[in-house]
Ligand binder design. Structure first.
Ligand code: FAD
Ligand code: NAD
Length: 396
């Protein structure tokens, strides 16, 4: 019998952890493992709001895959997936290469959810990759420099964040920290700078504990962020946003942080999806496809009350661990285990030394939450790259 081929698409939280788990569990001759990723690095998506605002370098949020993979066990292909053909059991890359598989793992992450709102795809930025956040940071700096040459254009100094979910809130925390530095660097009067965080729902962080939400909003307001709550964005133009209230905000910088959907390649592959995510079974399989598995933001799983879990790195990592173990077990003819998520809580940063969190029934505020978040980051870095990586990357 030929060696089974395992093909993993995407080296994000879900895909990388599946790969590392397989690397740990299997001997080099038990399976042919191939990992395909757009870049030769893994990025810490959960940190991307920092380089986007410019409070950390983009380099800080990426980790070379070279140092994580055992090349005796894993083939790495730097390439962009173009399409998946499940009938033929092949995947086509943008360069025309076709890769075959016996087992496929899809971990291609998410795309911004624009809900069909006009102009967002064309005119808004989103915090979704190293390349995207480099662009946001440069653009913000460019706006400050441009204003100095056209001082009547205060719209250059107006920044709109669409969505007060965790991504929007975390980005506002960082931007609030960066603004004083930018004002000083570009000799700009801080009074002229406006940051609007615009949320459609009747509250920021809908569904989160109200006391923690109030705390987060107070911290961000003190940093100069202005909230518009219960105010959906209806349209984005090259000149700003139009709100459902009829108000127009003139801005050359709209950061869309109003939710995500699964990578469109999954739907294009012909799998049934809800907002781009496959309702996987308890073994993370695509229904009707025994050998195709989905992890991370492309997978949709439900809690006991039948409500979908939000897509998080926390769940993607746990899925990757279970799937890695299961694939190793399947190859050895051993029993597999159902995936059961173990939620460890939610922690969000609000800029330097500030955060909020809920772990079980315990609410965390300020520096305690920020420290817990760092500890959780440390655990992840240790998991993928050992003590060396953890010490290199964590900012104390
Ligand atoms: P990703 O980590 O996004 O990885 C997808 C990978 O696929 C990437 O390497 C990408 O380059 C690659 N890829 C995509 N398309 C292709 C293609 N066509 N060909 C080849 N490769 C491709 N969650 C938490 O639990 N805690 C947090 O604190 C937290 N903070 C966050 C902060 C921010 C600013 C953001 C944006 C998200 C945060 N999240 C957090 C959510 C979390 O980051 C995602 O749920 C998680 O990254 C999903 O993991 P994934 O493996 O599905 O995808
Ligand atoms: P989200 O779906 O959690 O929040 C998006 C927000 O945008 C919602 O509050 C929604 O009401 C609002 N919105 C939608 N349409 C709008 C409109 N037209 N105008 C104004 N507001 C609008 O999305 P996210 O914040 O991008 O997060 C994506 C996923 O990543 C979530 O599962 C989240 O839990 C996770 N995440 C977690 C953390 C953390 O744990 N620290 C940080 C970032 C992201």
């Amino acid at each position: 019998m030929s060696t089974p081929k395992i093909l993993i698409l995407g080296a994000g939280y879900g895909g990388l952890i599946t790969t590392l788990q397989l690397q740990k569990r299997l001997n080099y001759n038990e399976a042919e493992i191939t990992l395909v990723n757009k870049h030769n690095y893994h990025y810490i998506t959960t940190w991307l709001h920092e380089p986007a605002a410019g409070t950390a370098s983009a380099d800080h949020a990426r980790v070379s895959l070279e140092g994580l993979l055992n090349r005796d066990k894993v083939n790495f292909v730097k390439g962009t997936v173009q399409s998946i053909q499940s009938e033929a059991q092949t995947v086509t890359l943008e360069n025309g290469d076709v890769l075959g598989y016996d087992y496929l793992v899809i971990g291609l992450g998410s795309e911004p959810e624009t809900f069909g709102i006009e102009g967002l795809k064309e005119h808004a930025f989103s915090i979704r990759s190293i390349n995207a956040v480099r662009h946001i940071r440069e653009h913000i700096e460019y706006m400050f420099s441009k204003f100095k040459n056209e001082p009547h254009r205060t719209d250059y100094l107006t920044f709109v964040v669409g969505g007060a979910g965790f991504t929007g809130i975390e980005f506002c925390g960082e931007l609030g920290d960066r603004l004083p530095e930018l004002c000083e660097e570009f000799d700009v009067d801080p009074e002229l700078v406006k940051v609007y965080c615009i949320e459609a729902a009747p509250t920021a962080l809908p569904g989160f504990d109200p006391e923690l939400v109030t705390y987060a909003m107070d911290v961000l307001e003190r940093k100069g962020i202005e909230f518009k709550i219960g105010t959906p964005i209806k349209q984005c133009t090259p000149d700003g946003v139009l709100l459902a209230t009829g108000e127009e905000i003139k801005s050359k910088t709209v950061i869309w942080a109003a939710g995500v959907r699964g990578n469109s390649l999954v739907e294009k592959a012909g799998f049934e999806v809800m907002r781009g995510r496959v309702k996987v079974d308890e073994f993370l399989r695509v229904p009707g496809h025994e050998n195709v598995f989905v992890v991370g933001d492309c997978a949709l799983i439900f809690n006991e009350e039948g409500r979908p879990y939000p897509p998080t790195a926390q769940i993607a990592v746990q899925e990757g661990e279970t799937l890695g173990d299961n694939l190793a077990a399947m190859i050895r003819g051993e029993l597999t285990q159902k995936f059961i998520p173990h939620l460890q809580g939610t922690l969000a940063s609000l800029g330097k030394g500030e955060g909020i969190g809920q772990v079980g029934s315990k609410k965390l505020f300020g520096s305690t939450a920020a420290m817990m978040k760092k500890a959780s980051d440390l655990r992840y870095l240790y998991k993928i790259g050992g003590v060396g990586l953890a010490l290199k990357k964590v900012k104390l």
